[in-house]
Write a protein of this length. Structure first.
Length: 472
């Protein structure tokens, strides 16, 4: 039985004809476009083996078909057979010089294999050709995505602006543009762009959202909250704006308002683990520990792999004078996120409280390894060493921290205080004279932090003498 598949059949009918042919019940003629449609259908329903079979048969009949060969390239890339992909694409590039699809596939391959210079060259050529051939504009969004993947955010911004000029209501591109501006660090340009969109279309909720998010990144919380509120006036169901507003309120320490914003989002969307975790943190900051625990636990009911919730429970247990229980939850948080410096810091402080000195020492080392610019962590670790291990080790640690953090003022104050405490008075005086020359408030600052230093007779006399001489 011979059937012609070129009639106006839908994909399901073509797939039915194809499967009947595989079972030997019919012979059906399929052109290359038919095979492409059948393969796409199988991939969409996740029948990968059948998709591969259809591709093989398609290439047997049409071995030089461009679309089928590009599908094969994608399959090879998925199996990390990059050399074979490159071989096919190189031949296609010679056979179809200047073909946008081939150049784009080459760019993606170079991106996957981290040959970024070659990828950029191909992607730039693709954009140049799209600008000359408007029929290929459907590639713009994919091109912007690929550029962002390799950190070419400035070019991605250009591409996305181009796309939005063509399709001003393209929500995906509007959101991607906000991300690209952020990644490129072009905050002033972003503000100007989104304000211009709002000037022309004041009811564009995504422009308001992106503007608010830029202000949030810039830590202008008041403007961020206003932007999120305008977004929600236009589209109250846009839950990302509820979350954004809530997070801005957290930054301004308006925790009750943050909780209200999260709760408003639940009217339009199912609560997720991170939102419950954030509410738990808000109640923790307010001091309502029972509600805090309840929301941290609700968060874990949805997703028990969220380290922030385990850590939050540990913190609240500690605040409730249950440090032995707290430590179990903090360990779980660290199991889930072993490279989180903040979690290690909180854990180190708890271990210090429990007098578990060796474990605390290891935890502090992990903190400064992960976050060497955390000044408070260096100071707390030095205090721990000074009180529990070795005053000389503490001094050496502070000296090391000053080298890493480019003569940080607070660390140098800590160094002077330690030098005085262990009797290195001459060294302390030299440091103080140098620091006072750079910052006239050094002495006052030091005494604010370490008033007990005046108990040292030599230092007391030095302060008095230096102050007298500086006033003459």
């Amino acid at each position: 039985m011979y059937l012609d598949s070129n009639s106006e059949n839908n994909p399901v009918e073509k797939v039915a004809l194809f499967e009947a042919m595989l079972k030997g019940k019919t012979f059906t003629f399929f052109d290359a476009d038919d095979f492409e449609l059948i393969i796409e259908y199988y991939f969409n329903v996740n029948f990968k083996a059948k998709a591969v079979k259809a591709l093989e048969l398609g290439l047997e009949q049409y071995p030089n078909d461009l679309s089928l060969l590009l599908i094969k390239v994608d399959l090879l890339n998925g199996h990390q057979k990059f050399n074979k992909s490159l071989e096919i694409l190189s031949k296609l590039n010679k056979f179809y010089p200047g073909n946008i699809d081939v150049l784009f596939s080459l760019g993606k391959l170079y991106s996957i294999t981290e040959s970024f210079k070659e990828a950029v060259l191909k992607f730039n050529k693709v954009y140049e050709l799209i600008c000359l051939d408007s029929s290929q504009e459907d590639l713009l969004q994919d091109l912007a995505y690929e550029l962002m993947q390799i950190g070419e955010n400035n070019t991605a911004i250009t591409v996305l602006k181009h796309l939005l000029r063509l399709h001003p209501n393209d929500e995906t591109s509007m959101m991607e543009l906000g991300v690209a501006f952020h990644e490129a660090g072009k905050f002033k340009e972003a503000v100007a762009y989104f304000e211009s969109i709002i000037d022309n279309t004041p009811y564009n909720h995504l422009a308001w959202f992106n503007l608010a998010t830029i202000y949030n990144i810039e830590e202008d919380w008041k403007e961020a909250i206003f932007g999120y509120e305008m977004c929600l006036v236009i589209n109250e169901k846009f839950t990302a704006a509820h979350y954004g507003k809530a997070n801005s309120y957290i930054q301004t320490k308006e925790y009750q308002k943050a909780i209200e914003s999260f709760n408003e989002s639940f009217i339009y969307d199912q609560p997720h683990a991170y939102a419950y975790c954030s509410i738990g943190e808000c109640y923790e900051k307010i001091g309502d520990y029972s509600k805090s625990l309840m929301f941290y636990e609700k968060s874990l009911e949805i997703d028990d792999s969220l380290p922030e919730s385990w850590l939050g429970i540990g913190v609240v247990r500690d605040l409730n004078n249950q440090p032995e229980q707290a430590i179990k939850f903090m360990k779980k948080a660290l199991e889930l996120d072993h490279e989180n410096s903040e979690s290690w810091y909180i854990y180190a402080e708890l271990l210090t409280k429990l007098n578990l000195k060796e474990e605390a020492d290891s935890a502090f080392k992990k903190v400064i390894e992960l976050d060497p610019v955390n000044i408070d962590a260096w100071i707390d670790y030095s205090n721990f060493l000074f009180d529990n291990t070795s005053k000389l080790k503490a001094l050496n640690l502070v000296e090391k921290s000053i080298e890493i953090n480019k003569n940080n003022f607070d660390l140098k104050l800590r160094l002077v205080a330690m030098q005085i405490s262990i009797g290195l008075i001459s060294e302390a005086k030299l440091n103080l004279i140098e620091m006072q020359g750079n910052n006239p408030k050094t002495f006052n600052k030091l005494l604010d932090i370490y008033p007990e230093l005046l108990e040292n007779k030599s230092i007391n006399e030095f302060f008095a003498l230096y102050n007298d001489s500086s006033q003459k």
